[in-house]
Design a protein around this ligand. Structure first.
Ligand code: KG4
Ligand code: ZN
Length: 334
């Protein structure tokens, strides 16, 4: 049996969790900075790092207290060391190193994207091989997991990540940060067929979201020109715009995932990353009959430490202290 304590500080959530055998949550604690960064319309890395520093001990203490687990019974300490904001990552990694050293535990560094995928192992019987659609604020990738440790990236975005497109379109529509959940909510009351927007179809299993983003901007400009001077410019059909954007953004994700699954003869498809919380995307995937679909519960879609602790269980790495952080994805294949 393994009992792993994981830490996550790559962006704007300070999180700690203990997970048993990579599948069962024992305890978790998350402190989100979303409200702090809302004022700036996005995450300010330096501000994020300072808040991680204030919150890291609190979330660790909280998890130890909730779980009532004696630290001597922990198998290892896990921590995200990239990709993410360097200052933010350093807070988590330094805390993990300090705990691992003082409690004489092995330290396991975990890739943030790999961890998102592992959120799907919690409370399920999911086993590789499978195809994963990884959709977050910084990445949009189709990844083939042939076993627990080996992943091959089949395709990825050539420009904006889909989560980034959600955030940027939300800003154009005057919605707050983070934009994804705001668009998701607004789109519920909108007509997805109100505006025909390009889905950005590029070669094979790659994606492109810059064209869709620009098309939304041009549509807004055109609508604003047509609004009579006496009318309130706030009368833009925001819900229809949100729903039409969401449809175009999500449709291509489902289409390419199915194409890749068919080409690789994979019968299991897994959703991961913050955008996996999108209700329309979840509905589209849950309606698929050609493949078996796994998606994490909403609470494990966005950044958390449960996925980090789970990931460390399934990794086959030698624990080491001599590790640092990295801001961008390290290599094409893991
Ligand atoms: O995985 P994540 O928490 O952080 C990164 O690793 O990037 O993903 C954050 C992204 C943001 O772009 C956010 O707008 C998006 O996930 N997101 C959503 C939803 N919830 C979060 N996008 C669409 N619909 C949602 N419900
Ligand atoms: Zn993430």
């Amino acid at each position: 049996m393994t009992l792993i304590l994981g830490l996550e500080t790559s962006c704007d959530e300070t999180a700690c969790a203990i997970v048993q055998d990579g599948r069962k949550l024992v305890a978790q604690s998350v402190k989100t900075q979303a409200l702090i960064h809302q004022t700036f319309g996005g995450v300010i890395p330096e501000v994020a790092a300072r808040h991680h520093l204030e919150a890291i001990n609190e979330v660790i203490d909280d998890v130890l207290h909730q779980s009532k687990i004696d630290k001597k019974d922990l198998t290892a300490i896990a921590c995200t060391n990239g990709p993410g904001f360097v200052g933010a990552l350093l807070v988590g990694l330094s805390a993990a190193k300090a705990i691992a050293w003082s409690w004489s535990k092995p330290l396991i560094a975990v890739d943030h994207l790999f961890a998102h995928v592992c959120a799907n192992y919690i409370d399920t019987t999911l086993e590789p091989p499978f195809l994963c659609l990884l959709v977050s604020g910084g990445h949009t990738q189709l990844v083939h997991f042939c076993d627990y440790q080996t992943a091959t990236i089949l395709g990825q975005t050539l420009d904006d990540a889909v989560g980034e497109a959600y955030d940027k379109v939300a800003r154009m529509l005057g919605l707050g940060y983070p934009g994804g959940p705001a668009i998701d909510n607004l789109a519920r009351g909108g007509n997805p067929d109100a505006f025909a927007l390009p889905e950005g179809n590029v070669d094979q299993f790659d994606f492109s979201y810059s064209g869709l983003k620009t098309a939304v901007l041009r549509t807004i400009e055109k609508l604003e020109k047509n609004i009579d001077k006496n009318n309130n410019p706030d009368n833009l059909p925001l819900a229809d715009l949100a729903a039409s954007f969401q449809k175009a953004a999500n449709q291509i994700l489902v289409k390419k995932t199915l194409q890749a699954a068919k080409q690789l003869d994979l019968s299991t498809v897994v959703l991961a990353g913050g955008v996996a919380a999108n209700s329309d995307l979840r509905k589209r995937f849950s309606e698929l009959s050609e493949v078996k679909v796994f998606m994490p519960p909403l609470k494990y879609c966005t950044d958390n430490a449960v996925m980090v602790a789970a990931c460390a269980h399934f990794m086959n790495t030698n624990a080491q202290m001599d590790i640092s952080v990295y801001s961008r994805q390290k290599r094409k294949n893991r």
